[in-house]
Design a binder for this molecule. Structure first.
Ligand code: FES
Length: 90
């Protein structure tokens, strides 16, 4: 299995709460995207833990190609829109 898996080819708009602990999925296997549900167990991947000082709207990466995790940096635009039938371009 090639990981990280592309969970979606667009970011998730999330209302983050200030001071709350979040675990961002880095393997792409979580069913609770963009957050970790423990599905990385048995892989080399671990969630990225983060907090924000104040509540804000954020766009969190679901393609797992961002260079600014957990936030979308636009890298998803390089991925075919249906990765199940088209191979990823790294
Ligand atoms: S969703 Fe991954 S960079 Fe935008």
């Amino acid at each position: 299995m090639d990981l990280p898996r592309v969970a979606a080819t667009c970011p998730a708009k999330i209302e983050l709460e200030g001071g709350k602990n979040y675990a961002y999925c880095t393997c792409g296997l979580s069913a609770k995207q963009p957050f970790c549900d423990g599905a990385h167990k048995g892989t080399e991947f671990r969630p990225t833990l983060f907090t924000v000082p104040e509540g804000k709207t954020a766009y969190l990466c679901q393609c797992k190609k961002t260079g600014n995790a957990p936030y979308c940096d636009g890298s998803h635009k390089q991925i075919p829109q249906n990765p199940q039938v088209a191979p990823e371009i790294a």
